[in-house]
Design a protein around this ligand. Structure first.
Ligand code: LMR
Length: 334
């Protein structure tokens, strides 16, 4: 009797050890945008590649659309280890104390994706990522989204059209300074709250890459969209450092390969997705899309370029100069 009980016990133990050995390592990847955005698609792509390359040893659970955490909460959750992976926009690292990331928010600092990639794929990008380590965070990759345009319920041709308006921004002091330079009022707000704030008139307008505007249906509650493309919005894919360093080396290597592939994919689709979203917004007929003239663009640039100088003490002149050096940007030539 005793022996058979022992055997049953041992058998149960063997089964549970067996299943324990096969339990996948779970990576919770939380983000705030829709699945059908550049970031949403790249996160899903990474999850699929991670499963393939680790042969099921890793399961990446993607939580889109702020279903798990909102902007500020997700950073805290990552540091606490409640989630393992995020891809916050580069404008959201200030509250973490890594103000240097706000260099990406400076208006007109990148003339296009090529300029941006000189920074994100070069030494400046690496140096920025290294600043996350003391916060218990490892930066794995930069993922593109796109260039932001202003929307509101009244036409926007020149900066004066935004004067006095309440405009939603992400949690970046550079964006705050940018909105003030326009004579408008910045309202920092979590991404998940923007649609309702626009719908109810809590804010008058906002700035977005078109993929975000379209997938959150913001164009349905904004009568005008002006393709100003005055600033960049993209992401840093980050992980909890302790979790990442604690992974078996072979698994970590496979995940790094998955991340390289996902990054290539993200950066291939970003422009295509934003162009498709712009077409869809135009077709919807819900908002009027305006393309500023060359002269109107110059007026915007002249109005906003002072923000670079103003934000030197926050971002660090060395960081701004390093970006200028990579891209050849010269504020005096604006
Ligand atoms: C925003 O808050 O507007 C964006 O950062 C959302 C995102 O992740 O693209």
């Amino acid at each position: 009797m005793k022996i058979s009980k022992l055997l049953v016990g041992l058998f149960a133990c063997a089964i549970s050890l067996g299943s324990y050995a096969q339990d996948p390592i779970v990576i919770k990847f939380s983000h705030v945008v829709a699945n059908n955005t550049p970031k949403g698609k790249a996160a899903d792509f990474f999850a699929q590649k991670a499963a393939e390359l680790t042969k099921g040893k890793v399961k990446v659970e993607v939580y889109a659309n702020s279903t798990l955490y909102k902007d500020k909460e997700e950073m805290e959750a990552l540091q606490l280890g409640a989630v393992q992976m995020l891809a916050p926009s580069l404008a959201k690292f200030g509250p973490l104390g890594v103000k240097e990331f706000e260099v990406f928010d400076l208006p007109y600092i990148f003339d296009g994706y090529d300029d941006l990639h000189k920074v994100t794929t070069g030494p400046v990008g690496q140096q920025l990522m290294a600043k996350l380590e003391p916060k218990g965070i490892r930066g794995l990759a930069f993922w593109d989204n796109g260039f932001k345009s202003f929307s509101a319920n009244t036409p926007i041709k020149t900066p004066d059209d935004l004067k006095g308006k309440k405009l939603r921004i992400q949690s970046s002091k550079v964006l705050e300074a940018q909105i003030r330079a326009l004579g408008a009022m910045p309202q920092m707000m979590a991404f998940s709250e923007v649609y309702q704030a626009l719908q109810t008139g809590v804010v008058d307008g906002t700035e977005n890459p078109i993929s975000n505007l379209y997938t959150q249906k913001m164009h349905e509650v904004q009568k005008h969209l002006s393709i100003t493309e005055h600033g960049y919005l993209g992401y840093a894919v980050i992980v909890n450092k302790k979790f990442w360093d604690g992974l078996p080396a072979d698994v970590r290597g496979q995940l790094e390969t998955a991340m390289v592939q996902a990054t290539r994919y993200a950066n291939q689709i970003a422009k295509v997705e934003n162009d498709a979203s712009l077409d869809a917004v135009k077709k919807s007929g819900k908002t009027e899309v305006y393309m500023p003239t060359k002269e109107e663009r110059v007026i915007f640039k002249k109005k906003l370029v002072d923000v670079h100088k103003k934000m030197e003490s926050r971002i660090g002149k060395d960081v701004i100069d390093a970006v200028y050096k990579e891209t050849g940007f010269n504020p005096a030539k604006m």
